[in-house]
Design a protein. Structure first.
Length: 243
């Protein structure tokens, strides 16, 4: 079991160096792509009384596919003509700039450390859709402090006013405190769990960490689930059990 998991982790980390798989763009008619559209619909109906403006996507441990889910989800939401911003808030192992072939010389970290910069000077725009990107920028020595700063809170409020929805791709929950910090600033959290890879105790530990900061867990995306019409890798959405 350990060797199998280690090999899976190494394979996924190698893929991560090239960016994540944008299946909703590459194969939009596939069942995998349709699953992301289903997740989009479920999130839209998750809180009918309050529009979902800020959404955090994370996982329990590395290599579960949270960046893949965040990127594909941003893409399919942008297809509904909403103005969507995808923020790479993983300031340790960022991938958004690789997935979408973006310039990462400036990004979230430069916005947070340079008071003279405005977000519209740094945010990059997709050619095809109403989809915008804020890459990580240079990796800082103190990610948790930067993400927990008052300047980050103000920036998130500003972005939430300008875009219809902002999706934050955050680091794994049990690895660092960054996602817990961000979870207190967003409207909802989506957890990614890789089938046959993530252990129950790891999911439980991550949930407890989010519960400790009163995060609003919207549900779970089961990644790696075999689908009948393909090799299958993503995505089954399940609601959070509030009991």
């Amino acid at each position: 079991m350990f060797n199998k998991r280690k090999k899976t982790e190494q394979r996924l980390q190698k893929q991560q160096m090239q960016g994540t798989s944008l299946i909703a763009y590459v194969d939009p008619k596939s069942l995998n792509a349709e699953q992301f559209r289903t997740i989009r619909t479920n999130i839209e109906f998750a809180q009918l009384d309050k529009p979902m403006k800020n959404l955090l996507v994370s996982s329990s441990i590395p290599a579960e596919g949270k960046s893949t889910v965040a990127s594909n989800l941003a893409y399919v939401i942008a297809q509904t003509d909403k103005k969507v911003l995808l923020v790479d808030a993983d300031l340790r192992k960022p991938t958004v700039h690789r997935t979408f072939k973006l310039n990462n010389e400036q990004g979230l970290t430069t916005l947070l450390t340079n008071a003279d910069l405005k977000f519209n000077q740094v945010v990059q725009h997709s050619r095809d859709l109403n989809l915008y990107f804020l890459p990580s920028g240079p990796i800082p020595p103190n990610p948790s402090e930067i993400l927990g700063s008052g300047r980050m809170t103000l920036l998130m409020q500003e972005l939430g006013q300008y875009f219809d929805i902002v999706i934050y791709d955050a680091p794994p929950i049990t690895a660092v405190t960054d996602p817990q910090i961000l979870a207190t600033k967003v409207d909802g959290v989506v957890m990614v769990v890789r089938q046959g890879y993530t252990r129950k105790e790891e999911v439980k530990k991550a949930k407890e960490a989010l519960d400790n900061v009163n995060a609003n867990i919207l549900g779970y995306v089961l990644n790696g689930k075999e689908l009948s019409d393909s090799a299958g890798y993503y995505a089954y959405y399940g609601y959070e059990d509030k009991e």
